[in-house]
Every structure is written in structure tokens, then in C-alpha cells.
Write a protein that binds this ligand. Structure first.
Ligand code: AMP
Length: 198
């Protein structure tokens, strides 16, 4: 788990608490529902809790639609979701884009032959895996996760997809914690989108 930014919330979130104006966009409503939980899972971390977004049918559907829009009209073969909250959005985005869904999982969870990639966490190391036949060379992929923090997880997923010779169209997040500069780990050759920045 990574250290979140102790931000003061954005204007959208503030507005959402105060009122529900017809001028608010779908994204404003999503922002207003993201809950900040201090010192979770350990002291000093501000956890962005998306469960209130997931629990609201309209907000949940808005997220999938807005994330699907980040493909900018490109035909996508596979939407790749990162274990575990990334799965929740990526599956819905795949439905929206009429694409397949592919999981990138923590080590030891996938039953078939895998490619593995180790990456650094705040403390220690972790490993993610993908089935080696999950994406064919040249297939167009949209990589999706709930949140970009330090970028280690998404960078490892990108390396796995490159090893399978995927054509990564974009990497898209519901939330980006800009202060952690995770975007810099993802390189400049792939478009990186985040719907909400803190
Ligand atoms: P990272 O590899 O540092 O970019 O971490 C990304 C993953 O960690 C995401 O899949 C998030 O689910 C989770 N994560 C990291 N920091 C936070 C946070 N402050 N709030 C919620 N989730 C987080």
C-alpha cells in the first residue's frame, strides 16, 4: 500500500457535499462520492475509498462509461484489469467497448502458464502475472486500474503486456494521486488518463 497525498479535496468533492446542482457533471458526482479514510491501512496513509461509488448504480455506470471513453473511439481487443479493484472497473469497461477482459493478478492466482514481473512496493517487493496466451501480439489493449499511486503496479503490468507484444492504446485510472508522480514510471510513449486527480 502506498502513501496517499493528504489533500484538501477538490472543488467537485466540496460541491458534492454541499449540494447536487444540475451543473455538476457525472464526474463531479463520482468525485463527491469518493471517501477519504485517514490512516488506513496504516498511519499516514490517506485511503481513497471507492466503495460508495461502486454502491451507487448511476455513479458506477458513469465510471465505466468515462473510462471507456478514454479509448478515444479506438477499437479495443482486450481491456486488462489489475488485481483487485482494477477488475471491478475493467470488466465493465470491456463490456462498454465490446472487448474481452484480461486479469493481471498477484503471483500464484492464475492457473495456466504465466509471465511474471516483480516490482517494488513502499516496503519490499511484489509480483504480478498474466496468462501468456491472454493477449496476442498486436492486439489493442486498454489497461485499467482504480488508482495510480507510485505507479509500480501499472508499470509492471505494462512490462508484462509489452512482453506479450500487445499494442497498448492507453492506460486509464479512476484516480491519480499526482503528488506521488506515478505517471513518470509509465513512460511517455503510452497515453495515461486519470478521471480524478488529487
Ligand atoms: P502503486 O503501484 O503505488 O501505483 O499502487 C497502486 C495500487 O495500490 C492501486 O491498485 C490501488 O488500489 C492501491 N492504492 C495505493 N495507494 C492507495 C490509496 N491512497 N488509496 C487507495 N488505494 C491505493
Amino acid at each position: 500500500m502506498n502513501r496517499g497525498v493528504k489533500d484538501e479535496g477538490n472543488l467537485s468533492a466540496t460541491l458534492g457535499v454541499m449540494c447536487s446542482s444540475p451543473l455538476m457533471t457525472d464526474l463531479d458526482h463520482v468525485a463527491a462520492a469518493v471517501r477519504d479514510v485517514t490512516d488506513f491501512p496504516k498511519p499516514g496513509i490517506l485511503f481513497k475509498d471507492i466503495t460508495p461509488v461502486l454502491g451507487d448504480a448511476t455513479l458506477f455506470q458513469s465510471c465505466m462509461k468515462l473510462l471507456a471513453d478514454t479509448a478515444s473511439g479506438e477499437r479495443i481487443d482486450k481491456v486488462v484489469g489489475i488485481d483487485a479493484r482494477g477488475f471491478i472497473f475493467a470488466a465493465g469497461v470491456a463490456q462498454n467497448l465490446d472487448a474481452g477482459f484480461v486479469p493481471v493478478r498477484k503471483a500464484g492466482k492464475l492457473p495456466w502458464t504465466t509471465r511474471q514481473m516483480a516490482y517494488t512496493l513502499e516496503y519490499g517487493e511484489s509480483v504480478v502475472e498474466i496468462h501468456e496466451d491472454a493477449v496476442k501480439p498486436g492486439e489493442k489493449v486498454l489497461l485499467v486500474d482504480d488508482l495510480l499511486a507510485t505507479g509500480g503496479t501499472a508499470a509492471a503490468a505494462i512490462k508484462l503486456l509489452r512482453a506479450l507484444e500487445a499494442n497498448i492504446v492507453a492506460v486509464s485510472f479512476l484516480i491519480e494521486l499526482e503528488g506521488l508522480q506515478g505517471r513518470e514510471k509509465l513512460g511517455e510513449s503510452i497515453p495515461v488518463h486519470s478521471l480524478l486527480k488529487y
